[in-house]
Design a protein around this ligand. Structure first.
Ligand code: SF4
Length: 611
């Protein structure tokens, strides 16, 4: 099974604390780099190439999902209706109405591909169609990102088409192999409607009586296309919902393609690149970790039969040697130890030294090479400006006092790890307005001191899978709003924001009101080094808007502080990256594991020291 869900009864690790292959590789490349990205949560500049790779992969998967019996080559890219999803965002096992492929009539047989060339013509036109729309949606996503960098115009669309076509042609070779080699048993099973636990996404449900596209006699090209389809994440599914999670929950991964049409399991990683840089070393390790994961998620009863990296720009399929059982045993010990070191507890900066691994050299196609690399890891690192191995240092502010220029007033800065963002608040439900459209109810709570809070439910499902709003909630109930973001809105009213890490719990009427709504602190003064700026722009009914932000690092943590452009004041444009700043009257906001600061009109930014 390519998907293995966590067991909610025994999962004491949780979605946000599992180890992944990319974390292991980042740690091995440089522990300090891992620390900046995974502990301090610094986000690298989002250049278009990062989005292009996803667009190419998505176009390939969208094409694989379709059937040439149902979709004309020239049809629009959205001819399949979206896959019905369950509450968690996975294809809905219980959906009993028609599925997207069932909503389309079969094309007349004269339009069905009869040979390899017909199939190539159909599939290459489809992938081009899908690529155009996935590039468009990635462009939108890129342009909305607050760490957007580079120019979208630099994207080489012809190269993207070339890569997507190469990927599809690699798959068609697989279809041909299936046509020539599929066993009678597998063919008959498929014709009779056999489906695995997690079928390859094909716009159909989890169960079929007889496959609607089954033929008689020898296998046809159409059938080979259907039978050889690899498993991949349904492009309509919610991100990160189709993981394979280790039975002990401390490791997870999401495979790109899993071929299994002949009973042999092959995991493929798709790379929209040439494969001629250091990362090619990481991909090999990633696939070997996936082999380990597959073995463990199959009770150590099934090994993968093959591991491949498809370098689409080099038009090359690199075969990776799969690990032996002994190697997987050793890998398990090493990975679990690493999980204990990195995710079970959070290491501090001293435990993550700036020790970059040497750069590895590869020729196109991921072929190891002896050629010297042009740049060291530190020279190409996004964090060299703050890292002691680059031009930075480890001496960042730790709270402290700052005297405003021209004033006797002193401001006390709050260390980032002392910011209190979430609180448990007990109160009676004062108003409760249920939404007719199944959206979050509107709730206010009150305490005896006549204080009110607006409970804004932004997530209906908690990260533990339960509902954030208790069933049967009624006006007058005593509730505890657990771990809600405590905020003051622009009018000064108290807001308790409920996200996937918070929930409302009904409690006994004699429970004490332990925290007064008037007690938590809602505004903070944050002093630290500026690592980078963020910016988001858009247009609303009220006209153009712009939100700007700064990523601030101190000795105890890092936090992104955002606000409307007009609230930042003139010093925002004057500061240089690396400067030390203090920002006063910052509110707390965030989502799940990520806490952010919010500035308001009353907030002030002061440059304390220039880099
Ligand atoms: S600059 Fe070098 S040592 Fe520092 S984080 Fe980057 S790679 Fe690691």
């Amino acid at each position: 099974m390519p998907v293995c869900l966590p067991n909610s009864e025994s999962d004491s690790v949780g979605n946000y604390n599992r180890l992944s292959a990319s974390q292991v590789n980042a740690w091995k490349a440089c522990p300090r780099l891992w620390f900046y990205e995974k502990v301090r949560r610094l986000v690298m500049p989002q250049i278009p190439i990062l989005f292009v790779g996803r667009a190419v992969e998505e176009a390939i998967c969208q094409t694989l999902k379709e059937s040439p019996c149902l979709v004309m080559a020239s049809a629009p890219s959205d001819v399949y209706a979206p896959t019905p999803l369950d509450d968690e965002g996975r294809p809905n096992r219980n959906h009993d109405a028609s599925w997207p492929a069932e909503q389309l009539l079969s094309l007349p047989e004269k339009h069905w591909p009869q040979n390899k060339n017909d199939l190539i013509l159909w599939a290459t036109e489809r992938v081009k169609k899908h690529l155009n729309s996935s590039l468009e949606s990635m462009k939108t996503e890129w342009s909305k990102h607050d760490r957007k960098a580079g120019q979208w115009e630099d994207v080489d669309v012809d190269r993207c088409h070339m890569m997507a076509t190469n990927g599809i042609l690699m798959h068609i070779n697989e279809v041909e192999k299936c046509l020539l080699k599929v066993s009678k048993t597998i063919l008959d099973d498929w014709r009779n409607g056999a489906r695995p636990q997690w079928p390859a996404p094909d716009g159909r449900g989890f169960q079929l009586d007889k496959h609607p596209l089954s033929q008689e006699g020898d296998v046809t090209w159409i059938e080979a296309w259907e039978i050889s389809r690899p498993w991949f994440v349904d492009p309509d599914a919610k991100p990160f919902m189709m993981n394979a999670v280790h039975p002990e929950h401390w490791f997870q991964g999401e495979y790109d393609l899993v071929y299994s049409w002949d009973g042999a399991i092959r995991i493929i990683d798709i790379k929209a690149s040439l494969g001629n840089n250091d990362r090619s070393g990481d991909y090999v390790k990633q696939l070997r970790m996936y082999a380990f994961l597959w073995w463990h998620t199959h009770e150590k009863q099934q090994e993968v039969d093959g591991l491949e990296i498809w370098y689409l720009a080099a038009n090359s399929q690199k075969m990776i040697e799969k690990p032996t059982i002994k190697e997987m045993d050793e890998m398990g010990v090493e990975l679990k130890e690493l999980w204990g070191q990195l995710r079970e507890v959070t290491p501090d900066i001293e435990q993550c030294p700036p020790m970059p691994a040497p750069m590895r050299s590869f020729e196109p196609g991921g072929i190891p090479s002896d050629k010297p690399v042009k740049q060291t890891r530190c020279e190409r690192c996004d964090w060299s400006m703050i890292c002691p191995n680059g031009t930075g240092h480890d001496e960042h502010p730790h709270g402290g006092t700052y005297q405003l220029p021209g004033s006797y007033a002193e401001i006390e800065g709050d260390p980032i790890d002392e910011l209190e963002d979430r609180h448990d608040i007990v109160g009676h439900v004062h108003t409760l307005i249920h939404s007719q459209s199944g959206r979050a109810p509107r709730i206010t709570i009150t305490q005896a001191n006549n204080a009110f809070a607006d409970v804004q439910v932004k997530a209906m499902t908690h990260s533990d899978g339960t509902s954030t709003v208790p069933e049967g909630l009624e006006k007058g109930d005593l509730v505890r709003v657990e771990k809600a973001f405590f905020q003051l809105n622009y009018k000064g009213a108290i807001v308790l924001k409920v996200d996937p890490f918070s929930k409302i719990v009904k409690i006994d009427s004699d429970e004490e009101v332990s925290m007064s709504l008037l007690k938590p602190r809602a505004r903070w003064n944050i002093m630290g080094t500026v690592v980078y700026r963020t910016e988001k722009r858009g247009v609303s009914a009220r006209g153009e808007w712009c939100r700007k932000g700064l990523m601030i690092l101190d000795n105890t943590g890092a936090i992104k502080i955002e606000g409307w452009q007009a609230d930042w004041g003139p010093q925002y444009d004057m500061l240089e990256l690396g400067d030390t700043v203090i920002i006063t009257n910052v509110g707390m906001n965030g989502w799940a594991a990520l806490t952010t600061g919010e500035i308001y009109r009353s907030s002030r930014l002061h440059i304390v020291a220039e880099d």
